[in-house]
Write a protein that binds this ligand. Structure first.
Ligand SMILES: Cc1ncc(COP(=O)(O)O)c(C=O)c1O
Length: 451
């Protein structure tokens, strides 16, 4: 086995001051040699992982409620995933699906087609990351429709390569000094229900967001017949773990149908079983035309997939490809991941997710800084505010909560400007959830007292 058995089954075990001496040494090397563009919330220097536990270089054990940004869906180094990777590494590491054929490219595509959130035949394009899945979707949308325009949402995060970045509207720093990005993109308001104007009902707000597309965008800057696709995260991830209301998704489908526009569901973060269904969009009953998949689908091996209704994937040889896309080891990791998720992970995400939600729902009443609690399955967000009436964003306070949780041995990540994401591996137990949620609540209470 690639990893050593860890000592603690359920909870964190912090043995040194953080960062410990070994971590300190590595941080110094990182400061000297590594790109300073990365955003680290706290000094975790990982060494090995097993299940929900990550051990650092000083032997400290943390409960991982971030899953490496919603990636290790089956937990760290799930034995079945590790065995599949090891087996495949001894058989064939690379062949380039761009030039040659390979059976398991089909096996995975066929398996994905059976669980795709759209009816009818689908085809798969393989890349190496979420951004690449988005790039492929942008290019395919333009190729198929012969139109240029793309609609994306404020708060959206679709990746950092130039095409994906053009759709991303999450944080200014992600775009600063990189313009001009790809032209032809219009950003529109996302139906962030908690932040709707005061006095407006949810239904009115959804309607406003729909009208913005039809009455503003289509009548001022982008003719509907020039719009190729609407890209949406059914649950915004980096934007703060914000689900799009079902009614809104239905309206998007209507707009797309009426105007020959493709609906692209970016399931890079919210997909792969995290919400208790394979795809978050399934909770709305709306069928997309394309789905972008990455992160959790291969438990940490780099794989991006763009799934499209078969008649849409009509590009010809040479239109798009990638040397590494559909790497045999990544495909094996995905197949093993899907076995584990199908057998236990997806159901567990629903059960433990509901359990956590039921525990944290009351925080909106009991904690002065908790403005909103939301999400589905194991994709839950807690939004912190300085004042519940004004909803002023508690950004520094959120960062402090995340740091305090780290010091207590639980890894959380922020999302958006002032939310905390709860995104453990899908195999997390109720007991582990209790430990992590107790720590989170304690840290929120500490920051509230210090306000
Ligand atoms: C919804 C969504 N789409 C795309 C991406 C980009 O994925 P990657 O970082 O693998 O390029 C992310 C990454 O966080 C994401 O959350």
């Amino acid at each position: 086995m690639a990893t050593k058995t860890m000592t603690t089954a359920d909870g964190p075990n912090i043995k040194t001051k953080l960062p410990g001496p070994n971590a300190q040494r590595i941080l110094e090397g990182d400061a000297k040699y590594i790109s300073p563009s990365y955003t680290r919330s706290y000094p975790l220097v990982a060494k090995r992982g097993r299940g929900v536990i990550v051990e650092d270089v000083d032997g400290n054990e943390f409960l991982d409620f971030s899953s490496g940004i919603a990636v290790v869906s089956t937990g760290h180094c799930h034995p079945e995933v590790v065995a599949a990777i090891q087996r495949q590494a001894g058989e064939l590491i690379h062949m380039s699906g761009t030039d040659f054929y390979y059976e398991n490219l089909i096996t995975l595509a066929e398996r994905l087609s059976k669980i795709a959130p759209m009816s009818g035949p689908v085809r798969a394009y393989y890349g190496n990351s979420g951004a690449e899945a988005i790039e492929a979707a942008i290019k395919l949308a333009r190729y198929h429709t012969k139109r240029q325009g793309i609609i994306a949402f404020y708060g959206a995060f679709h990746g950092r390569t130039m095409g994906a970045l053009s759709l991303t509207a999450s944080k200014t720093q992600q775009r600063r000094r990189f313009s001009p990005v790809m032209p032809g993109v219009a950003h529109v308001p996302f139906p962030y229900v908690y932040r709707r104007p005061e006095g407006m009902s949810e239904a009115q707000f959804v309607n406003e967001c729909v009208q913005f597309i039809e009455d503003k965008v289509f009548k001022t800057i982008m003719a509907p017949e020039e719009c190729a696709a609407i890209f949406i995260e059914p649950i915004q991830g980096e934007g703060g773990y914000v689900p799009a209301p079902t009614e809104f998704m239905k309206e998007l489908r209507r707009i797309c149908d009426e105007n020959g526009i493709l609906l692209v569901a970016d399931e890079v973060q919210c997909g792969a079983g995290r919400t208790g269904k394979w795809w978050a969009i399934e909770h709305t009953g709306v069928e997309p035309d394309m789905v972008t998949i990455a992160k959790g689908i291969a438990s940490g091996m780099p794989l991006g997939v763009t799934l499209a209704r078969a008649p849409i994937m009509d590009w010809v040889p040479g239109s798009h490809a990638s040397t590494f896309g559909g790497n045999p080891i990544c495909i094996e990791a995905a197949l093993a991941t899907m076995d584990v998720l199908e057998r236990e992970g997806i159901r567990n995400a629903e059960v433990v997710g509901n359990y956590i939600l039921q525990r944290i729902n009351s925080w909106v009443k009991t904690h002065p800084m908790v403005g909103d609690v939301r999400g589905i399955g194991l994709m839950l967000g807690v939004e912190l505010v300085k004042d519940k009436r004004t909803k002023e964003q508690a950004h520094d306070e959120r960062d402090r909560v995340v740091e305090l949780a780290f010091e207590r041995g639980v890894l959380f990540l922020g999302a958006g400007h002032n939310s905390i994401r709860i995104a453990p591996p899908l195999i997390v137990t109720r007991e582990q959830a209790d430990i992590a949620i107790d720590v989170l609540e304690e840290c929120i209470a500490i920051v509230e007292k210090g306000k």
